[in-house]
Design a protein around this ligand. Structure first.
Ligand code: SF4
Ligand code: SF4
Length: 413
């Protein structure tokens, strides 16, 4: 009989994160991966500099608990690494994110063995992708190759482009800083970008994942949504199986999370619930429906691909707007848009907002992800888009033909 892939789900009771993490790792017998003198890489989600209460980054208590679990097995080194999006001069966004998220403090408190290190400060190596869907090779940190064990520490969030983010999307953080924007520009459609995500995951595939479901995010994630205290931890070996299980927990149709199908096709894991064994809490006991982002296109999963792509590009294309109360004209959005679809206002003064070019925009949502003040709003204005698209014109034409076909015979009788 086929051996099922185990996923442990544990409730976090009275904020006792450590017990939940340790129990979940015990439930899947994760100690089988460990031996003395290992170097271990922990990969949290450090999307942007933000404090834990905003639920954008992996919670420091989850990271601390995993560090303490790993320490039991006498490692020689524990690295806590990521590369945040965006570009700025001086201190990098990753360094700021490590401080503001509380992860740097946790690493310092856990002793010399633990190092909080931006990927961009490590040596580079070129990684080749086997059987690539889009990305043939990419540069990243040498640590992905050199460490003995990679533990993925993603956070459960909804996502404006990919519907949700957890294990697979978290490893996009191994792409260094501005290369992320280049990847968006090079693979502008959702199909191509999620194929690229899958290629990147196939190279950096972690052996173990501990998922932060302590504070999650719903709505306009991954950075401008609402925090949700779900109070759970998941642990497992198969990131594809974990992501599809998280979809069930948060009420998202996994068919709409395109990278899951690509990852399964590439042999990176399973979405088949018959091949997954849930240990600990049942999904029914902890599930909670999350609000999905206002940008998610409801049709792309079931229409023919060419027509779905057309609708995604024109009819369901999101409009980017800027909140002039929240915007501080910090330049993050226009400095980091991969296709220069945002420019600064003519005058940098309070009340003015950046200028968005709809024709250039590839709806990658980097601007919404990176805005430090949640001042970017992305949503689909369906009626307006229909009116101003070929689809709308054809619909309008068809209505006129139908109306004529009904009215003319009546007039002629
Ligand atoms: S929208 Fe956000 S990122 Fe862009 S300039 Fe304003 S505050 Fe900065
Ligand atoms: S305007 Fe925003 S969503 Fe559009 S391409 Fe630029 S960063 Fe991406």
């Amino acid at each position: 009989m086929l051996e099922k892939t185990p996923i442990a789900i544990q409730k976090i009771l009275k904020d006792d994160v450590k017990t939940a993490v340790f129990t979940s790792l015990e439930l899947i017998n994760a100690k089988q991966l460990m031996r003395d003198n290992m170097t271990v890489l922990l990969k949290p989600n450090l999307l942007q500099p933000a404090p834990p209460e905003r639920a954008i980054t992996t919670h420091p208590m989850i990271v601390r608990a995993v560090i303490q679990w790993v320490r039991q097995f006498n490692p020689t080194k524990i690295y806590v690494c990521d590369s945040s999006g965006g570009f700025n001069f001086g201190e990098s966004n990753t360094e700021r994110a490590m401080k503001e998220s509380g992860l740097k403090a946790v690493c310092e408190e856990e002793g010399d063995l633990v190092e909080c290190l931006p990927f961009e400060k490590t040596e580079r190596r070129i990684y080749k992708v086997e059987n690539p869907l889009e990305v043939e090779e990419f540069p990243s940190s040498v640590l992905l190759h050199d460490v003995d064990l990679i533990i993925n520490l993603p956070k459960i969030k909804t996502h404006g482009q990919t519907t949700m983010t957890c294990c697979i999307k978290n490893m996009f953080g191994t792409i260094l800083r501005t290369n992320k924007a280049r990847t968006h520009a090079k693979y502008p459609s959702l199909n191509r970008f999620t194929s690229a995500l899958t290629d990147i995951y196939s190279v950096s595939k972690p052996q173990l994942a501990v998922v932060d479901g302590y504070y999650c995010m719903e709505g306009n994630g991954p950075s401008a949504g609402k925090p949700v205290k779900l109070d759970i931890v998941l642990a497992g070996y198969d990131g594809v199986a974990i992501d599809s299980t998280v979809c069930k927990i948060i009420g998202v149709n996994s068919g709409n999370v395109k990278y899951l199908a690509f990852a399964e096709k590439k042999g990176l894991g399973t979405t088949n619930q018959d091949e997954i064994e849930i240990r600990g809490e049942s999904i029914d006991n902890i599930k909670r429906k999350f609000k999905i982002p206002a940008t998610i296109k409801p049709v792309s999963a079931w229409l023919p691909r060419a027509f779905a792509d057309y609708l995604a590009r024109r009819v369901f294309k999101a409009t980017i707007t800027f909140d002039n109360d929240k915007c501080r004209l910090c330049s993050t959005c226009w400095s980091n848009c991969p296709v220069n679809a945002i420019s600064p206002p003519k005058e940098i003064k309070k009340g003015n907002v950046p200028i968005w070019d709809m024709k250039k925009c590839i709806t990658c949502y980097c601007c919404a992800e990176l805005c430090p003040y949640s001042a970017v709003d992305a949503r689909i204005h369906l009626v307006r888009n229909v009116i101003f698209s070929w689809f709308g014109l054809m619909l309008f034409g068809a209505l006129i033909v139908i109306a004529a076909a009904i009215v003319i015979p009546i007039l002629l009788t």
